[in-house]
Design a protein. Structure first.
Length: 158
């Protein structure tokens, strides 16, 4: 469990550092997600239309601690015909993988995700918002299908 968490955090940190070294405008954003699950949300733009997004969430309590994380690849399509002066609106879709540890059950859950959503960002403010829905397929320890959804906002860090 600890090895998986440390590996994930190290990989994410490395990706962020490599991308920030390219000094792109608005390449990394950090914020919050509310819904299912709640947590710290981040987005790392790889180019003009694709990005890596992720979420980290945890709770610490006696005999009921948990940890959740996912990493998704998103492809973005922008609504250029809207002519919105304050910013731009886009939709996205992609795929990813999630991991969850639940202390009470002792299980390590591995999930495949197919997220899609709507987003917007502003030209003059370092801010973006989004609404996401993702069918999920738990593949370990047993197969299970469900939907998760959340909304959130992120602030551009550069």
């Amino acid at each position: 469990m600890k090895k998986t968490i440390l590996t994930y955090l190290l990989l994410t940190t490395l990706l962020i550092c490599v991308n920030l070294s390219h000094a792109q405008d608005r390449s990394f954003s950090l914020g919050t997600a509310l819904g299912g699950p709640d947590g710290l949300s981040y987005k790392l733009w790889l180019d003009d239309t694709s990005a890596l997004t992720g979420l980290v969430s945890f709770a610490i309590s006696e005999h009921n601690s948990r940890f959740y994380t996912h990493l998704d690849y998103h492809q973005h399509k922008f609504y250029d015909e809207l002519d919105w002066e304050e910013g731009r609106v886009y939709y996205y879709y992609g795929g990813g993988i999630g991991y969850q540890w639940l202390e009470w059950s002792g299980d390590d859950l591995v999930t495949l995700r197919l997220p899609s959503g709507l987003g917007f960002d502003f030209h003059d403010l370092p801010f973006e918002g989004y609404l996401e829905l993702a069918p999920t397929f738990n593949i370990a320890p047993e197969f299970r299908f469900s939907f998760v959804g959340n909304f959130g906002f992120r602030f551009y860090m550069n």
